[in-house]
Every structure is written in C-alpha cells, then in structure tokens.
Design a binder for this molecule. Structure first.
Ligand code: SF4
Length: 404
C-alpha cells in the first residue's frame, strides 16, 4: 500500500485536538460530548469543546484493546449483544484506562459538562450517554429523530429543527457563550466546507486505478468527525486533496496492479484494518468505496438556513434511511465507483449499520447483477471474527469475480 504523506499532519492535528481538553496555560474548557452524527455545529458555535465517544470506541478497537475492557461492561450488566463501541468505552472507563494517554499524553477522557446525542444512528447512544450522565451528574440532552425514513417530509424536518431549538435553550445555562445565529452560520460554513472536501477526497477513488482505499478513508475520516465546524478540518482536507490529485496525475495506485474493485458496506473491523488492507492488496483488489466513510458527507448543509438544513442533513444520513432508499443509494454508488462486487460486513453488535439481515444484498444482486459476499465480524469485538474463514471467503469471492 502506498502511504499517504498527509498522515503526519493528521497525527499532529489529532494530538492538538486531544491535548486542548487539558490545556496547561489556559482555563479548562467547557466540554460537550456528542454522538458522531449529533448536532456538533450548535455545540461548537456555543463555545463548547466537543468530544466524541464513538471515536474513542474506534480507537479502542483499532489498538485492539477493546477485548480487555468489554468484559468489565458485561459485568455491569451491559450485554455482549449491544454495541461494542459502548461496551469497550464503558469498560475502559470503569478500569480507568484510555489509549489517549499513550497516544497523546492526556490523563483520561475529558470530563463532560453536558452530553448531547441524536438517535438518528441508533438507540444505543441514548443508553451510552445516560451512563455518563449518571456518573458525572451532568445533563444528557437527546434529539429523537424520525427513524428509517424513505422520502423525507417537511414535517419530519420541522420536528428535528424544533428539537434543535429546544436543545439550544437547554444548553444555555452550561455554555461558555450565548447562542448567536451568526456564529452558527460561520461554524456551519466551515463544517459544510470540510464535508464537501471530504466528499471530494472519497470521490477521487472513482478514478481507475483508485488513488486511495476504504482503509485509508478509515484513518483520514477523523477530522470529518471530530473537527467538524473548525478551520483545521478544512485546511487538512485541502492539503490531503492536493496530495491525492498529484497521485492521480502520476497514476499512482493505492493498490499497485489493481485488478478488482470492491465496495465495503457496513462498519469497519477496526482491529483488522491492516489485515484487510494487506489481504486485498495481495489479491490485486482495491476497496474503493464504502457507506461508512460516506456517512460524514452532509450535502444539505446550507448557511442560509442553518437549523433547517442541519435538521435535514442529519435526518437523511444513510443509516437512518429505509431499505428502498438504501438499496438505491448502494446501487448508484456501486456504479459511480465501477465496483466489481460488494462486501457486506454483518457486524454482530451493530444491527443498525449491518444491511445484510433483511434480504437487501439478494434484492440488489437481482436488480444489478453485482456479486456480493457477506462477512461476519464486528467493529471492536474480535471474538466475533475469524481470520481463517474470512481469508477463505474473500479469496473464493475474488476468484468468482475473476471468472465472471
Ligand atoms: S451505530 Fe452501531 S456502532 Fe454506532 S453507536 Fe450505534 S450501535 Fe454503536
């Protein structure tokens, strides 16, 4: 795999982001915890420093520490069947551990002043955030989104927009800054710009051969999630896109000798990114697109009406759509990226981001003819994943595509 040089800038950015929660020469910031597709722009505009527990869950998975901590959450009554981001994160918290200490030298996860979640992705975030609300004795504020939407109606958008307005009221006693609509516009402008640039980065892999893969995307998506609404995310993606443009010009492929192009549907298996990246490279296969990385492209952001457009953007995310919309989206995206097959990751502990359980792969195959493979695994809990079985299945799948 050809390394992406901007990774060095990314590491520094993330170090600064985490260390800013524990400044040595400034007062401690007010901290809001936010679910990964929660209304971060409102929080940033009101002066909170925003922390994302799902990013911590992914870090625990990527550093393969999850399985040390998951048991501790089970012992507290959190089931092995629920989100392993939640169980990894809650378990690590109970053990007083975090990979952030080794990576960035900070003593712990930052203490929240308030927690804000949106159920647009799943119900788990509500229970997850309420665990910390009880522990820290701080408020947990929820946005309850219409769920599994096909065509989005004005009433649904208004329902979410009204909840954003109520959220702003609830946050006022805790926020460092009073709510200012102009400030929200400025933050949304930055968020929208970084989201556009992130989308441009991903779409560059429509090029044949692809200049980057899904596994690169899993690393480089961090600013699109945790630096939403900040200028640093915009600057980062401008630099990253320049590097990728230069690659395309020189026809540098992420996977030299790319023969097969695949789509990855569902969650990453965080502790196995390198394993997959090397396995696919050895098979001359580039995983060029994914639902997961696309989830932080918010096309509907519009600074002319921040709250309304945020309500729309955060309701229309893929994970929150009905099966028909998901099927259409997968079909059109697979064609845009010229993929030869789709891998569906059936993640044991995330039914919300596993789209192979109700016949969608079979329906899409019938309609489009695109071959598919369903892999069993999990985002963090590696007890649910078998390397041997996965290698056998993927090799057979690539052979099948080659024969066709
Ligand atoms: S969407 Fe899935 S992985 Fe994300 S928090 Fe919810 S259950 Fe966990």
């Amino acid at each position: 795999m050809v390394p992406i040089e901007s990774t060095m800038i990314l590491k520094q950015l993330l170090k600064e982001y985490f260390q800013d929660f524990f400044p040595v020469d400034k007062p401690t910031p007010r901290v809001a915890w936010c679910s990964s597709v929660g209304p971060a722009e409102i929080l940033v505009s009101m002066g909170f420093q925003v922390y994302y527990p799902e990013n911590h869950g992914a870090l625990l998975g990527a550093t393969r520490q999850s399985n040390q901590y998951i048991q501790s959450a089970h012992a507290k009554g959190y089931s092995p069947d629920i989100c392993s981001y939640l169980t990894s994160d809650v378990g690590a918290f109970q053990e007083g551990q975090t990979p952030l200490t080794k990576a960035y030298g900070i003593p712990s996860v930052p203490k929240p002043d308030v927690l804000v979640y949106n159920t647009n992705q799943c119900r788990e975030v509500q229970d997850w955030f309420n665990f910390y609300a009880r522990h820290f004795k701080v408020p947990a504020e929820g946005i309850f989104s219409p769920w599994k939407v096909e065509k989005i109606t004005p009433e649904q958008v208004t329902c979410v927009k009204d909840q954003f307005k109520a959220l702003i009221e609830s946050l006022s006693p805790y926020s460092p800054r009073a709510f200012d609509p102009e400030r929200l516009q400025q933050v949304l402008e930055l968020s929208s710009r970084s989201s556009q640039l992130w989308g441009e980065f991903l779409r560059k892999s429509q090029t044949v051969p692809a200049p980057s893969t899904f596994f690169d995307g899993c690393i480089h998506m961090a600013p699109a999630v945790v630096l939403r609404g900040l200028p640093s995310a915009v600057q980062y993606y401008e630099a990253l896109n320049q590097e990728i443009d230069a690659r395309i010009e020189k026809q540098v492929a992420a996977v030299p000798n790319e023969q097969v192009r695949l789509y990855w549907e569902g969650m990453p298996i965080w502790g196995k990114l390198r394993f997959f990246s090397e396995l696919f490279e050895g098979l001359g296969t580039s995983v060029v697109a994914s639902t997961y990385c696309n989830s932080w492209i918010f096309d509907s952001f519009d600074t002319r009406d921040p709250l309304e457009s945020m309500a729309r953007a955060y309701t229309e995310i893929f994970i929150n759509r009905g099966e028909e919309t998901k099927e259409e989206t997968l079909n059109s995206t697979a064609r845009e990226y010229q993929v030869d097959g789709i891998i569906y990751h059936d993640a044991k502990t995330c039914p919300y981001n596993s789209n192979s359980r109700f016949g969608l792969p079979q329906r899409l195959h019938k309609k489009s003819g695109i071959p598919y493979l369903i892999l069993n695994g999990d985002l963090c809990d590696l007890r649910c994943f078998s390397e041997e079985q996965t290698i056998t299945s993927i090799e057979a799948f690539i052979d099948q595509i080659g024969e066709n």
